[in-house]
Every structure is written in structure tokens, then in C-alpha cells.
Write a protein that binds this ligand. Sequence first.
Ligand SMILES: N[C@@H](CCC(=O)N[C@@H](CS)C(=O)NCC(=O)O)C(=O)O
Length: 233
Amino acid sequence: MMKLSVYPAGFGEISGSPFAAKAIALMELSGQAYALDVNPDPRKSPKKKFPVLQDGAQVIPDSDQIRDHLESAYGVDFEAGLSEAQKAVSRMVIRTFEENVYFAILASRWMNDDHWALVKEEFFRGMPPVIGGFIANAVRKGVVRQCIGQGMGRHSEEEQVARVEKDIAAFSVLLGDKPFLHGDAPTGADASVVPMLRAMAAFPKQNSLSDLVLKDPVLMAYIARGKETMYPS
Ligand SMILES: N[C@@H](CCC(=O)N[C@@H](CS)C(=O)NCC(=O)O)C(=O)O
């Protein structure tokens, strides 16, 4: 049976990582049998990140590659019935959320000192105080470096929220009053977007970033539907 390695649950979500939650959603949508391997330490994984899928001797890192694997090895179609134009929209939407919105989530969690105190408590709970604090601060340093390197972390929080607000507004236009991005059934794009929006909303301390989802009843209904349909019961 395939084994999916993901970070533990966090902030009430199935995994503290939206990419891990995406991979779980893809596995669920695929209908293939798999076991979850919950692991807080990605250092031994090929890209030093989670999620990672193990299928026999094959080790597949990265949620996009996991999707490719499910499509090529098992004939899963995450875009069944979609037109080429809809598939193109999906790709752009996925990139917007994974390469832009995600970094605002990261920056909010790991760069804001008030939020960091909560993140530290949630993600590093149970570690011995001194060494745990040392590890948490080292991980924080690495994540902050990623946010600065990608660019989102160079903007003020107000600027970050303003950018994400426009992305979310564009997505809301595409979603319209449909249950999922392309109609009644979730597709690959929903497996990516729902975990990102859920990660924004789940943050324990309400803030201007989480409000973009929490104060939007259409998006709240969308992510509830996504959880109901794509997450394990
Ligand atoms: N492109 C990767 C991104 C995965 C990713 O960024 N995972 C984060 C957690 S959300 C991680 O493992 N970070 C560890 C690190 O950067 O040290 C995917 O789609 O799977």
C-alpha cells in the first residue's frame, strides 16, 4: 500500500502544512488505498520537505509530483471532463495559491512575533524546553529566509494582505456560485486551493489575513464543502 508522509495536525487542520493537506486530498480523490505516516521531521525526505509519497520502491516528493504519479501510474484523472481552457485556469489558480498566497501564510505565521509564539507552541509542543526552543528558532530562521528570498517577506503585513486580497477576489469571481471551481465536483485545483484557504482561516489568532476568508461566507462554505468532500472522514 502507498504511504503518504505528512506533518502532524495543526491549528485544527488535518496537517499543519497546506501542501500535506493537498496531498491527502489528492489521495482521497484518487480512490487509491494509502496509509498516512505522520512525521514532524522532513530532514530525511528527498527535498527535505513534506509531503512525500512512497509507492513500493518509488519515493515521490512534492505534491505536484505526487499528483503526476497518481495520474501516470494509476490512471487517475483529476480534471475529468474539463476543457483545455478550464485546465489552463486550474494551473494558473494553483500557481497563484501555491507560489503567492502560501508565502503570505508562511510570513504571517513565522515572521509576526505574536503569531510566532502561537506557531511555536502548536508545532513544537512536547519538545524538551531548551533543545526544543533551539530547534524551533533554527526552523524559524530557515522559513523566514524562504519568505525573504521569495519576496513576500519583504513587504509589510498590510502590503501582503492587500496582495492576497486581490488573489482571493479573483478566485471568488472564478468560483462564482458553483460548489467547486469547475462545477459540482472537486477537481485538482480545489485540492490545492481548499487547504490554502483553510490554513488562512484556521489560524488561531484572528488577523487581517485570516479575515479574508473568515469574513467571506461564500469562501467559508466552499472550504467546508471541500473538507467534507476531499478530506478523510
Ligand atoms: N512544492 C512543495 C512544497 C512543500 C512544502 O513547502 N512543504 C513545507 C511545509 S508546508 C515544508 O516541508 N517545509 C519544510 C522546510 O521548508 O524546511 C509541494 O508541493 O509539496
